[in-house]
Design a protein around this ligand. Structure first.
Ligand SMILES: CCCCCCCCCCCCCCCC(=O)SCCNC(=O)CCNC(=O)[C@H](O)C(C)(C)COP(=O)(O)O
Ligand SMILES: Nc1ncnc2c1ncn2[C@@H]1O[C@H](COP(=O)(O)O)[C@@H](OP(=O)(O)O)[C@H]1O
Length: 329
C-alpha cells in the first residue's frame, strides 16, 4: 500500500507543474506576441510601465475598452458566463460526480460494510470539496469582511482611487476619507466607479481556476480509476449487463437503468473534463493578458498549496488520509 501511494505522489506533484508551466508560457507569449505588443503600444497613456513584469496588461491597460484579442476583453463570453461564476460550474461538475459515478452511488446490491465504505468515501469527497470551497471563499469572497485578496491589496498600499477622490470631495472639511479605503472591496470599488490601484492585487482568476481545475481533475481521475471495478462487480445489475451483451433483444428495466447509468456516468465525466479544459484555457488567457507576474504567481501559490494539502499531503500523512481520504480509494 505504501508503494502504491508513494509512486503517485511524485507523479502527481509533477503533474501540478503544468500550472506554473502554463503561467510561464502565457507570460512568454505575452512578451513575444505581436498582438500583445500592439496592446502595449496602444496603452502608451497608461500610468504603468508595460512589460510582462509590470502591473497588469488588461487591468491597467483597459483592454476591455479597446481589445486587440477577444480573450483580452473582460466581457468575453467565457469570462462572464464561466469564470465569473466559476465556483458554480465547479460545484455542478463535482455534484455530478457524486450522483453519477459508481464510486459514490451504485445501483448494485451491497453488504452493509460496503455501504458504509461508500458512505464514508462520499463524506470524504464532500469534505475535500468543502475545504477547497473554504479556501476559495475566504480568499476571494469574504474573510470576516473583505476577502483575503482585498485585505492583501489594501495592506500593500492599494486603494480605491477614483471613489476615494469622490468621497474626499463630498466630505472635505468634515472628516478624512483615508480610513474609508478599508471599507472597500475590489467589487464595491469598481461598482462605485473607482479604480482599484496601487497594491499587490493577487489574481483571483488564477487562484480560482487553479483550485477548481485541480479539485475536479483529482476527483475525476479517482472516480474514473474506480469506475470499471465498481461497475463490473458481481451483482444483479452487472449480471444483467452481461446478459445484455449476449442478447440485445432481451431488454429489461434493469438493463435499461444500467445503460442510463453508463450514459450519465460518461456525461458527468465529460462535464468535469469540459470544465477543467475550459478552466485551463482561461488560466492561460489570464496568464497572457492580465496581471503582473507576481500577482499571478501569488494566486498560483495559494491555490497550489491548497491542492497539495488536500490531495497530495494525505498520501504522505496517514492520519490526514484517514480524515480526508483519497479520490478513488
Ligand atoms: C472561518 C470559517 C469560514 C468558513 C467559510 C465557509 C465558506 C462556505 C461558503 C459556502 C459557499 C458555497 C457555494 C457553493 C455554490 C456556489 O458555487 S455559488 C457561488 C457562485 N459564484 C461564483 O462562482 C463566483 C466565482 N467568482 C469569483 O470567485 C470571482 O469572480 C473571481 C473569479 C475570483 C474573480 O474575481 P474578480 O472580481 O473578477 O477579480
Ligand atoms: N481570462 C480572463 N478573461 C477576461 N477577463 C479576465 C481574465 N482574467 C482576469 N480578467 C479580468 O481582470 C481583472 C482582474 O482579475 P482577477 O483579479 O480576478 O485575476 C478582472 O476584471 P474586473 O474585476 O473588472 O471584471 C477580471 O475580470
Amino acid at each position: 500500500m505504501a508503494t502504491a501511494t508513494a509512486r503517485p505522489v511524485t507523479l502527481l506533484s509533477t503533474v501540478l507543474l503544468m500550472y506554473p508551466a502554463t503561467l510561464l508560457l502565457g507570460s512568454l507569449f505575452s512578451a513575444i506576441s505581436p498582438t500583445a505588443r500592439h496592446s502595449r503600444d496602444l496603452s502608451g497613456s497608461s500610468p504603468q510601465p508595460a512589460s510582462p513584469l509590470a502591473p497588469s496588461l488588461a487591468t491597467d491597460l483597459h483592454l476591455s475598452e479597446s481589445p486587440v484579442n477577444y480573450f483580452a476583453r473582460k466581457n468575453n463570453i467565457f469570462n462572464v458566463y464561466f469564470v465569473k461564476i466559476g465556483w458554480l460550474w465547479t460545484t455542478a461538475a463535482f455534484v455530478s460526480l457524486l450522483i453519477f459515478q459508481p464510486l459514490y452511488s451504485s445501483s448494485r446490491r451491497e453488504s452493509s460494510s460496503q455501504q458504509q465504505a461508500r458512505f464514508r468515501r462520499t463524506l470524504q469527497a464532500i469534505l475535500r470539496y468543502a475545504l477547497a470551497t473554504t479556501v476559495w471563499y475566504l480568499a476571494t469572497q469574504w474573510f470576516f469582511g473583505p476577502a483575503i485578496i482585498d485585505r492583501g491589496f489594501i495592506a500593500t498600499g492599494g486603494k480605491c482611487e477614483r471613489a476615494l477622490e469622490e468621497v474626499g470631495k463630498m466630505t472635505a472639511g468634515q472628516r478624512s476619507p483615508t480610513g474609508l479605503e478599508t471599507l472597500f472591496t475590489a467589487a464595491t470599488c469598481k461598482a462605485a466607479g473607482g479604480a482599484w490601484r496601487g497594491g499587490h492585487d493577487i489574481s483571483g482568476h488564477v487562484l480560482m481556476l487553479v483550485l477548481a481545475t485541480g479539485l475536479l481533475a483529482f476527483e475525476a481521475v479517482g472516480a474514473s480509476a474506480c469506475a470499471p471495478a465498481c461497475v463490473s462487480q458481481v451483482g444483479p445489475t452487472a449480471d444483467a449487463g452481461r446478459e445484455r451483451k449476449a442478447s440485445d433483444a432481451d431488454s429489461t428495466p434493469v438493463i435499461n437503468s444500467n445503460e442510463t447509468g453508463g450514459f450519465a456516468r460518461t456525461w458527468s465525466l465529460r462535464l468535469v473534463w469540459g470544465v477543467v479544459c475550459l478552466g485551463w484555457w482561461m488560466l492561460f488567457m489570464t496568464a497572457i493578458w492580465f496581471h503582473t507576474w507576481l500577482e499571478k504567481w501569488s494566486g498560483l501559490f495559494i491555490a497550489l498549496s491548497a491542492v497539495y494539502a488536500i490531495y497530495i499531503l494525505p498520501r504522505r500523512i496517514a492520519p490526514l488520509k484517514d480524515v480526508v481520504g483519497l479520490p478513488g480509494v
